[in-house]
Design a protein around this ligand. Structure first.
Ligand code: NAP
Length: 243
């Protein structure tokens, strides 16, 4: 079986390894935006496909038997293109999505639907903000009248002049996040609901310091798409389709 795995996440990297071990021919696809991206094992392709039509052509030209989307929960355009291409080709299609975060005792969370809504709410919640939403959507915060610190993996283009910037790709831990919050006197954290343990230390740090968090909700999955939360479930699904 030849499977196209849409990646750009830690889950996709581990999944590529597990699928290869099970004898599946996996081609991992990366958008190619992050410098020094950690590469998965096996065959890797880089860059966009050129929309739904480009993806359909690529899947046909490369005789792909199944498509798995393990992109980030906020990579909604890629997921919707993948769903449309799979529908058009009648190709088995599965989405791997890590569960979102849920608040626990001590958390002060404000849920919003978009970066724009987070920016509008921000001045009502705090005056020194830590933005951990990546590069996309950062421009929505320009002109919001509070002091801001933004953390990104790669520098945004253009580099914003209206906030301070930390370039860091993690891994992040609670002591490290506590020092960022304390050092910059942060009184509000802004995050996307990325889910997973890799970037959740900031939430623990915010809880410990009583710092409120503005959480941006995930975009919904395209209608009718089958989604699972673990690599084990993907492997079981692949086995069914190989049989
Ligand atoms: P997006 O907005 O959903 O996608 C925009 C375009 O980028 C897509 O239409 C596609 O171009 C190309 N693309 C995206 N993912 C691709 C992939 N895995 N392989 C080939 N082309 C891809 O995506 P995004 O939010 O910019 O994220 C880009 C990549 O970074 C994703 O792979 C995602 O897993 C990863 N990532 C995203 C975030 C985030 O917060 N959004 C965080 C961590 C990692 P064409 O239309 O030309 O095919």
């Amino acid at each position: 079986m030849k499977l196209l795995l849409l990646g750009g996440t830690g889950e996709a990297r581990s999944l590529a390894q597990e699928l290869s071990r099970s004898g599946v021919h996996v081609v991992s696809s990366l958008a190619g935006r992050t410098t020094d991206a950690r590469l998965p094992v096996g065959e890797v392709r880089h860059g966009g496909f050129g929309g739904v039509e480009g993806l359909i052509d690529w899947l046909r030209d490369n005789a792909v038997d199944a498509l798995v989307d393990a992109t980030h929960p906020f990579a909604a355009t890629m997921t919707s293109h993948a769903a449309a291409a799979a529908r058009e080709l009648d190709l088995p299609f599965l989405v791997l999505r890590r569960p979102g975060w849920t608040a626990t005792k001590g958390d002060i969370w404000h849920w919003v639907d978009s970066p724009d809504a987070a920016a509008r709410l921000l001045p009502d919640v705090g005056s020194r903000a830590f933005l951990t939403i990546g590069r996309q959507g950062l421009h929505e915060f320009a002109g919001v009248g509070v002091w801001m610190l933004a953390r990104c993996v790669d520098p945004p283009e253009p580099v914003p002049t209206w906030c301070e910037l930390i370039l860091d790709r993690g891994p992040y831990d609670v002591p490290g996040e506590l020092s960022v919050l304390r050092e910059h006197d942060i009184d509000v954290l802004v995050t996307k609901d990325s889910g997973g343990p890799q970037t959740s230390a900031k939430l623990v740090a915010a809880r410990q310091l009583g710092v409120p968090v503005i959480v941006i909700r995930r975009p919904p999955l395209p209608a009718g798409v089958q989604a699972v939360e673990s690599a084990t479930e993907v492997l079981a699904w692949v086995r069914v389709h190989v049989d």
